[in-house]
Design a protein around this ligand. Structure first.
Ligand SMILES: [Zn+2]
Ligand SMILES: [Zn+2]
Ligand SMILES: [Zn+2]
Length: 326
C-alpha cells in the first residue's frame, strides 16, 4: 500500500489497499458488549459509561507507524501510506441514528470530532485531519451501527486544496473571507437558506453538486472547527445538524457528511507553507452534507462534471417544508 501523486492534478491516490472483505456484522463490532482487542482513544463523557467512543480502525487505510518517506520514481512522487484512521462510535445503542439523537448527544459527537482533530494535529507529520460519515447502505457505510471516521494524512486532500487556493486568492484581492461573503449573500437572498439556529446556518450551496446538498456554517468567522471561538454555542450547531439530518432523511435514505477545517499549521515546510500566512483570515470551517438520491450511474462523466437535476433554490424550498422534528 502506498500513496502516489498525480503530477498533473497534484492529487494523491492511495494505491494497493486490498479490497475490503466484509467484516462479519454479527456480532456488531461497534456494540459495547463486543470484546475488542484495541486501544481506546477517547471516551465521552469522561466519567461513567461511554456515550461516544473513538478507537483505531480495524482495517486502516493509513498506518500510524513510521515516517512518510517520500521518494521519487523518475518524474513521479510517492510516499508510504502513513497516517491515522479511526472510528468514532456515536452511541452505544445499535439502532439509533445520529439524526435520532438528542441535541446533547449530537453535541457530544461533535465534541469527539473536535478532540480527535486537535489531538491528531499535534503530530507534525499529519498535514490534514478529515472527519467524515457515511450513512445508509448506498453510502458505502461499513456497519449499520452509527459511526463516523477520522483520517489523518500526510497530504491535504484535493478538494481542501482547491478550497484553500480559492480562499487565499479571494482574500488577497479583497481582504475578505469568501465563506463569510457567501453566507452574507445567502442571508440577503434567503432563497437557498434551509434553517438557522443561533449563529449557525444551513443552506443549499449555489452550485450544489447533488440534489439537497447542504452546508452548515457558523456566521462568526473561524477557520478551525476544533477550536470554537468564545461565545460559540455548539448546542445550537448540534440542534441545527439534527434538524437538517431529519429533513434530509425524508428526502433520501443515505448521505455523506464531511467536516472541512483548516489544515495542520504545525507543518511549516513544503508546498503549503505559503498558505499559512493568511489562513486564519481566509479559511472558514463548514460541514458539507451530500445526500445520495440519484443512484443512476452517469458512467464516466459523473467523475469529471457534476450533473444535478434539482435547482438548489427548489431543494432549499422543499427542505424548508419538511418537518425537522420528524
Ligand atoms: Zn452495534
Ligand atoms: Zn469567514
Ligand atoms: Zn468544503
Amino acid at each position: 500500500m502506498e500513496l502516489r501523486k498525480d503530477p498533473i492534478t497534484r492529487s494523491w491516490v492511495v494505491v494497493g489497499h486490498p479490497e475490503r472483505e466484509k467484516l462479519r456484522p454479527d456480532p456488531c463490532p461497534l456494540c459495547p458488549d463486543t470484546r475488542l482487542e484495541t486501544q481506546v482513544l477517547l471516551d465521552l463523557p469522561k466519567q461513567g459509561p461511554w456515550q461516544v467512543r473513538a478507537y483505531p480502525h480495524f482495517r486502516p487505510l493509513y498506518r500510524i507507524e513510521g515516517d512518510p518517506a517520500r521518494s521519487a520514481e523518475g518524474i513521479y512522487d510517492r510516499m508510504t501510506a502513513t497516517g491515522a484512521h479511526e472510528i468514532i462510535v456515536e452511541t452505544p445503542e445499535h439502532t439509533r441514528l445520529l439524526s435520532q439523537m438528542t441535541d446533547e448527544q449530537i453535541e457530544r459527537v461533535l465534541d469527539a470530532y473536535a478532540l480527535r482533530i486537535a489531538d491528531l494535529k499535534r503530530d507534525a507529520r499529519f498535514k490534514y485531519v478529515t472527519v467524515f460519515k457515511n450513512q445508509g447502505p448506498e453510502s458505502g457505510e461499513e456497519w449499520p451501527h452509527s459511526h463516523s471516521q477520522v483520517t489523518a494524512t500526510t497530504f491535504v486532500p484535493r478538494r481542501i486544496l482547491y478550497e484553500l487556493r480559492s480562499a487565499r486568492e479571494w482574500f488577497r484581492e479583497r481582504e475578505r473571507c469568501v465563506f463569510c461573503d457567501i453566507l452574507r449573500q445567502e442571508e440577503r437572498q434567503t432563497k437557498r437558506i434551509v434553517d438557522n439556529v443561533g449563529d449557525y446556518f444551513a443552506f443549499c450551496p449555489y452550485a450544489s453538486r447533488v440534489p439537497y446538498e447542504v452546508w452548515l456554517m457558523p456566521r462568526t468567522h473561524n477557520h478551525q472547527f476544533e477550536s470554537p471561538s468564545t461565545g460559540e454555542n455548539r448546542r445550537h450547531l448540534a440542534n441545527l445538524l439534527g434538524r437538517t439530518l431529519r429533513r434530509l432523511l425524508q428526502a433520501s435514505g443515505a448521505y455523506h457528511m464531511v467536516v472541512h477545517t483548516a489544515p495542520n499549521t504545525l507543518q511549516t515546510k513544503g508546498e503549503l507553507s505559503d498558505y499559512w500566512r493568511t489562513i486564519a483570515g481566509d479559511y472558514h470551517w463548514h460541514i458539507e452534507i451530500l445526500p445520495i438520491v440519484e443512484t443512476r450511474s452517469k458512467s464516466y462523466s459523473i467523475k469529471e462534471v457534476y450533473f444535478n437535476g434539482l435547482l438548489p433554490e427548489e431543494a432549499a424550498e422543499q427542505l424548508r417544508q419538511l418537518d425537522p422534528a420528524k
